[in-house]
Write a protein that binds this ligand. Structure first.
Ligand code: ZN
Length: 73
């Protein structure tokens, strides 16, 4: 369970959908960025955290047809 601090939420850019977040990561050409759903605002942020292979992914969302999604597995 990912718990996002409010202070982090406030200073991060928000994306309404996982797809938007993915496109933002692609536009930055930074595959280290991974989208995650924020439980504060209910939207998506990008994190550059790469430690650990288990990244909390939003459940029930099936928009992972984006090519970048392949890097999230
Ligand atoms: Zn947030």
């Amino acid at each position: 369970m990912t718990r996002t601090r409010l202070s982090i939420c406030l200073r991060k850019r928000r994306y309404p959908t996982l797809e938007d977040a993915a496109q933002a990561a692609v536009s930055r050409a930074d595959l280290a960025l991974r989208p995650y759903r924020c439980d504060r605002c209910g939207q998506f942020h990008l994190t550059s955290r790469t430690k650990g292979k288990r990244i909390a992914r939003p459940g029930g969302v099936n928009v992972l047809q984006h090519p970048l999604a392949l890097t999230w597995k």
